[in-house]
Design a protein around this ligand. Structure first.
Ligand SMILES: [Zn+2]
Length: 240
């Protein structure tokens, strides 16, 4: 299917005020990493999802507005969403488990979906996965069942495009700190980002992007303080 292009106008102050943050939380909207004509500029309220189409050559800047907010992310070929982001293809062809500047994000067909053209955090994660009601219940107890997770956020966005459970695959986690220790141990620990830190992704084909501002409160992936993200799509001069 073909993803629709269209962005609602949102009053940033209203969205930023929609969260209940830890006292003293600094919110820094920052600016797009790659200058150009702004195609989309939206604030994703804490704990909520976002989706958008990024045309080939355009750059999506994701801003970690309040620091250490995991932006769980899925990417699809906008013209055929059966082609989607692939963790093993990306890791194998990148030769590294971390995502950094220069990493090409690959599809299940091995094609480049997006390239990381800017990154202000040492390393970005693509092996920690996404939270969900089910995994929260298993990991933290049945009392967490009423809490929605990133999987539910993804499903909400997927429903807008006629997509569903079978379209959800393993994902990226912008601004989430998942170190791999020398013995292979995986951690989800306190973040290494800061207010206003950014990552910038250039679309290598027309792509549909889902992002969940992670609502998780049972582990340190968001510093126990879910905060907003800013999504800015720019069209660089040379792409026009
Ligand atoms: Zn999550």
């Amino acid at each position: 299917m073909t993803a629709a292009l269209g962005y609602a106008t949102v009053a940033p102050d209203a969205v930023l005020d929609a969260g209940s943050y830890v006292p003293g939380t600094v919110l820094d909207l920052s600016e797009p990493m790659v200058p150009g004509r702004v195609v989309c500029d939206q604030i994703v309220a804490a704990r909520t999802p976002w989706s958008g189409t990024v045309r080939a050559g355009q750059v999506l800047t994701i801003v970690d507005v309040g620091a250490n907010e995991s932006g769980d992310c899925l990417i699809y070929n906008a013209a055929d969403t059966d082609e989607r982001y692939s963790v093993p293809d990306t890791i194998a062809m990148n030769g590294n488990v971390y995502v950094r500047t220069g990493t090409v994000l690959r599809s299940n067909l091995g094609n480049p979906l997006m390239t990381v053209v800017g990154n202000e955090v040492d390393r970005q994660d693509t092996i920690g996965g996404a939270c969900s009601k089910e995994s929260n219940t298993l990991r933290y107890g049945h009392h967490t069942y009423a809490e929605h997770g990133c999987r539910e956020n993804f499903l909400y966005e997927a429903s807008k495009y006629g997509m569903g459970v079978r379209d959800l695959v393993s994902n990226l986690n912008w601004f989430m700190n998942v170190p791999v220790e020398a013995d292979g141990t995986l951690g989800i620990v306190d973040g290494i980002s800061a207010p206003g830190k950014r990552v910038a992704l250039r679309a290598e084909m027309d792509v549909l992007v889902f992002v969940s501002a992670c609502p998780q409160m049972n582990n340190p992936c968001n510093d126990f303080n879910p905060t907003p993200l800013r999504m800015v799509i720019t069209e660089p001069e040379e792409a026009r």
